[in-house]
Design a protein around this ligand. Structure first.
Ligand SMILES: [Cu+2]
Length: 289
């Protein structure tokens, strides 16, 4: 009964994979993104990876495919350890020097932009995996030219917000207030989120316009986030992309460390094995028929 045996093996692998996937908590996806003012990658994801509406998001998908958008909550450097300027060259700030996200570096004036004004601003960061660390938000200096690639020296050294991130987040958001300086026209808000429980850091560019109107800039809805989660490569037990996962460092704050990382690493390996068995089963089935 070779064929029924194949079926049994396949079914066993499937259920094993399903069981392992269900071990992974829904919140084990990677990191998050700035939703107010909405970041470039989040704005294009909100338009829809398969049906981008703005020209710049259409061009992004044409250049880089849809995966960068499904992975809207990534844009990381696994071993940054605070060396942001050493690791990210001028002109690559928005992509964090990640080839996968290169389109985010385009110096264009048609990125969806959020209308802002000088003064108090309520930042919102949709966090899909809270991490202990510090979020530092910068804005470009007066006179910044948005048609030229963003350089480190374009950023005003005084942050517009600094926020200590916790290991939990209320309703999936970090919310904090900053102060925007007086500016005119288009500017870029640059966020660096450095974890302090691992060397990993996350980066983003959000386009804002002073004295303008919000142009097409919308954050993804929760329904949209849920709808695309399956196609994300950073959703489960890892940080995806072409970066190695961050070191799961020992907890230095004295709180009991979670056994979860080890369990997830094991589950990940087993899930890969199970998927491989499934594939093999399918191949055998195909060649036998
Ligand atoms: Cu993460």
């Amino acid at each position: 009964m070779p064929s029924s045996r194949r079926t049994v093996t396949g079914a066993a692998a499937l259920s094993a994979a399903a069981a392992l996937v269900s071990l992974t908590p829904a919140t084990a996806s990677a990191h998050g993104a700035v939703f107010n003012p909405v970041s470039r990658v989040a704005a294009c994801y909100a338009e829809g990876p398969e049906t981008p509406k703005s020209q710049v998001c259409k061009d992004l998908v044409a250049d880089s495919g849809t995966q960068p958008l499904y992975d809207w909550n990534e844009v990381n450097i696994a071993d940054a350890a605070g060396r942001h300027q050493a690791l990210i060259p001028d002109g690559r700030l928005c992509s964090a020097n990640r080839e996968k996200y290169r389109a985010l570096d385009w110096a264009r004036t048609d990125w969806p932009a959020t209308a802002v004004a000088a003064g108090s601003f309520d930042f919102r960061f949709r966090v899909t995996a809270p991490h202990s660390g510090t979020m530092t938000v910068y804005i470009t200096k007066a006179g910044f030219d948005p048609t030229r690639p963003l350089k480190w020296s374009d950023l005003d050294p005084t942050p517009v917000a600094v926020y200590a991130t916790g290991r939990t987040a209320t309703d999936g958001y970090y919310a904090f207030t900053g102060t925007l300086p007086a500016r005119t026209g288009r500017h870029v808000v640059y966020k660096i989120w450095q974890r302090n429980d691992s060397p990993e850091a996350f980066y983003s560019c959000s386009d804002v316009t002073f004295g303008g109107t919000t142009t097409g800039a919308q954050a993804p809805t929760e329904a949209k986030i849920a709808a695309g989660a399956e196609l994300s490569t950073v959703s489960h037990a890892g940080h995806g992309g072409d970066e190695r996962p961050p070191a799961l460092s020992a907890d230095t704050t004295g709180a009991p460390s979670s056994p979860l990382p080890t369990a997830l690493a094991g589950a990940g390996a087993l899930a890969v094995f199970a998927a491989g068995s499934l594939l093999l089963g399918r191949r055998r089935g195909t060649s036998a028929s």
